[in-house]
Design a protein around this ligand. Structure first.
Ligand code: FES
Length: 166
């Protein structure tokens, strides 16, 4: 499934049921279904990409104006945990200063999501790591980052709930 597409009404009910059964809160499920901050920013000030050891990849686009993150988006090629964490991360940084974005940690995102399966907590770490990478690179003036390995510990493929979405 294209992660950037909005899930159709008919599919949404079954996705909701499946994710709820897997341990995602209603809030996390809405982030996954709506994908409000998924996609690319054509006028991004900075773009960074990171692949976790699980193979999931995130790309973050930051639009910065006078040290304020005026817009942000994530492209996620990965599991529902990664998508929900990325969407929540944008809610926490959009309209905020670069300095504030630097303070965002796993706990802040988990609080937004309320609940996701324990085996998906590392997906939150991936969203935070790529944010910090982007902030580092933005400060150091790099244009576009290469793809580097993060230390997302990853789920065994058979345990990953993206299997359930096929
Ligand atoms: Fe790798 Fe979720 S980010 S399994």
């Amino acid at each position: 499934m294209d992660q950037n597409q909005t899930i159709g009404q008919n599919d949404a009910a079954s996705v909701r049921e499946m994710l709820s059964g897997a341990g995602y809160s209603d809030e996390a499920i809405e982030y996954y279904i709506e994908k409000r901050h998924a996609g690319a920013l054509v006028d991004a000030s900075h773009i960074s990409e990171m692949t976790g050891t699980c193979g999931d990849t995130m790309k973050i686009f930051l639009k910065v104006d006078q040290d304020i993150i005026t817009d942000a988006k994530y492209q996620v090629l990965g599991c529902p945990g990664a998508v929900t964490a990325a969407m929540a991360a944008v809610e926490l940084i959009k309209g905020k200063s670069l300095e504030h974005a630097r303070t965002i940690n796993d706990g802040h995102i988990f609080k937004m999501l309320k609940e996701i399966p324990a085996k998906k907590h590392h997906c939150i770490q991936l969203a935070v790591k790529i944010l910090n990478k982007a902030l580092d690179e933005y400060h150091s003036g790099k244009e576009v980052a290469g793809n580097v390995e993060g230390d997302c510990t990853g789920c065994a493929p058979e345990d990953c709930c993206k299997e359930d979405l096929r």
